[in-house]
Design a protein around this ligand. Structure first.
Ligand SMILES: Nc1nc2c(ncn2[C@@H]2O[C@H](COP(=O)(O)OP(=O)(O)OP(=O)(O)O)[C@@H](O)[C@H]2O)c(=O)[nH]1
Ligand SMILES: [Mg+2]
Length: 171
């Protein structure tokens, strides 16, 4: 079976851990327990022709120590930049992290605007959207709480990576 490493990146508290938990376990927790280091979860996705095992690298918020641990990206087939629609600054932080990540990998990048069950503190106007959209291969409006677009996002990523032999991890 092929394996694909996918990193979740973004500022603290945007919902990286919650997205993985919702996708892998179908659980959501209101309590905030900040991540330290990295935790890897696995889930098998069945595509039409074959199964893909996603290895989800849930990484601590990159604003924590003001350093970007690019070594976490080694071997990644894709990364998800998670931003929080209730906090405007998280978009700027997400784009900064994306810029840094681009210095070490050219793999597909996905934007997840999370917490879509809560009122939005910001919305992109047409010009902003036009400049942001080309930076990402896919983008989603997710909720780790309701599960909206969570499975759809990981499925779309698996499909995008399917057939892309680069960065396959074989066991
Ligand atoms: N309403 C709502 N709350 C969310 C959502 N996603 C995460 N949260 C809450 O936001 C807080 C932070 O979520 P985490 O998943 O721990 O965020 P994180 O990005 O992993 O944070 P760090 O590990 O510190 O980088 C928690 O209290 C979650 O319950 C969501 O989609 N909707
Ligand atoms: Mg976390």
């Amino acid at each position: 079976m092929i394996q694909k490493k996918i990193c979740l990146l973004g500022a603290s508290g945007v919902g990286k851990t919650s997205l993985v938990k919702q996708f892998v376990e179908g659980i959501f927790n209101e309590k905030y327990l900040t991540s330290i280091g990295v935790k890897v979860d696995k889930k098998i996705i069945s595509l039409a022709e074959q199964q893909v095992q996603l290895m989800l690298w849930d990484i601590e918020g990159q604003d924590r120590y003001h350093v970007f641990q690019e070594r976490y990206l080694r071997g990644a087939a894709a990364y998800i930049i998670v931003v929080d629609q209730t906090r405007t600054i998280s978009l700027r932080q997400g784009i900064d992290i994306h810029t840094l990540a681009r210095q070490s990998t050219n793999c597909p990048a996905i934007l997840a605007v999370n917490k879509n069950d809560l009122p939005a503190a910001w919305r992109l106007d047409e010009d902003e959207y036009a400049s942001l959209a080309p930076l990402f291969d896919l983008h989603f409006s997710t909720s780790a709480k309701t599960g909206e677009q969570v499975e759809a996002m990981f499925l779309a990523i698996a499909e995008l990576l399917h057939g892309n032999k680069k960065n396959d991890i074989t066991t």
